[in-house]
Design a protein around this ligand. Structure first.
Ligand code: GTR
Length: 346
């Protein structure tokens, strides 16, 4: 009797699995469906506990976006999918984290597309200077077809882009005074490691020094570099303003933040769960942008109050002229994306 019921349960579960597989259609991640041991478990009942790596501190707007995403996933899955956000680079610097995500050892992360460019060449386009006129222009592009296509292109690098988050705009900051383009001449400026950044610094007369974000503070303090470039929120939250008080606002880049999941993880999930992730990611964007806008203003005020000397570039013409060779060098490679970016300008 015992062996009969065991056999019956095997037969039953085989039918159930076959049923689930055929109901799922052909493009589904079915290789890891539960129930292969004979238990008639349904794919959508599976529970998961995942990690999400974030370089910024807990109150930073990208971290808040990550947390909103995790909260929505939890809600939509009825508590089955739990995503723990690890802020402050606890799981490593971005380059190392991306490698772990490719292996599936870390399931989720939020990184800059500047860091992704080292893994997927298409992302180099976002490090090109002055391609977006404004936050609105950037979002018009990111929310369009070409923006979505770029998220999908990460699949060739073993990752799946879920959404973009707002990155603000990047400007220069240094230990010694800088108020105009000529002041950058010969300065060692830390950049996110990718070739476009190296070419960009060269075009502006500076010399690019790629290094992990977490090393920048002490590199400025000890004089290994003269400065770096980033948005107000990073300049403030990393305390770089304490060692580099001259901030030159040229807004040379808007380098979208990307929320992504390992392909290894994605493929384990049922189509329903994949849908939950995608929806939660998209729904967290409006909140992240709001938090970004607030924190950007606050951090600008805080660094000013702390004594940072802010110079606004009023005439970008010489800057745009200086970087023309960089745009021209990359136009053949990124032409289609650059055209789509131009079209997103209203
Ligand atoms: C920040 C970005 C981080 C990191 C950092 C950097 O603006 O949010 O993901 O890339 O810049 O410069 O390394």
């Amino acid at each position: 009797m015992k062996s009969f019921s065991k056999m019956a349960s095997v037969v039953l579960s085989t039918f159930l699995i076959a049923g689930i597989l055929s109901a799922c259609g052909s493009n589904q991640a079915t290789s890891q469906q539960p129930g292969t041991e004979g238990a008639p478990a349904k794919a959508e009942k599976q529970t998961y506990s995942f990690r999400l790596a974030e370089t910024h501190p807990p109150d930073y707007p990208t971290t808040l976006g990550d947390k909103k995403f995790a909260e929505l996933v939890n809600e939509k899955s009825g508590g089955r999918i739990k995503i723990d956000v690890f802020p402050s680079a606890q799981l490593g610097e971005e380059k190392a984290v991306i490698e772990q995500v490719q292996l599936g050892a870390i399931e989720f992360t939020r990184v800059s597309s500047g860091s992704l460019a080292g893994f997927n060449k298409d992302y180099g386009v976002f490090s090109l200077p002055y391609i977006f006129d404004s936050q609105e222009h950037m979002w018009n592009f990111l929310k369009g077809e070409a923006g979505e296509k770029l998220l999908e292109s990460l699949e060739s690098s073993k990752m799946k882009g879920l959404t973009y988050f707002d990155p603000g705009s990047r400007s220069f900051y240094t230990k010694d005074p800088v108020t105009k383009i000529e002041d950058l001449k010969g300065k060692k400026i830390r950049v996110i490691q990718n070739q476009v950044n190296v070419d960009l610094m060269e075009a502006l007369g500076a010399s690019a020094t790629p290094m992990p974000y977490g090393d920048v503070f002490s590199a400025i303090q000890t004089g290994v570099i003269d400065g770096a470039e980033n948005n107000y929120p990073s300049y403030y939250s990393s305390k770089h303003y304490e060692v580099a008080k001259y901030f030159l606002v040229d807004q040379h880049q808007r380098v979208p933040e990307v929320l992504l999941v390992s392909t290894a993880t994605w493929e384990k999930l049922s189509p329903e769960d994949q849908k939950i992730l995608k929806e939660a990611a998209l729904e967290s964007v409006a909140y992240q942008i709001d938090e970004w806008n607030k924190y950007e203003k606050e951090s600008e005020e805080k660094v000013k109050a702390a004594g940072s000397v802010i110079t606004q570039v009023t005439d970008l013409a010489p800057w745009k002229e200086a970087v023309k060779p960089v745009i021209e060098k990359y136009r053949p490679e990124f032409g289609a994306t650059l055209d789509a970016i131009d079209k997103a300008r209203k």
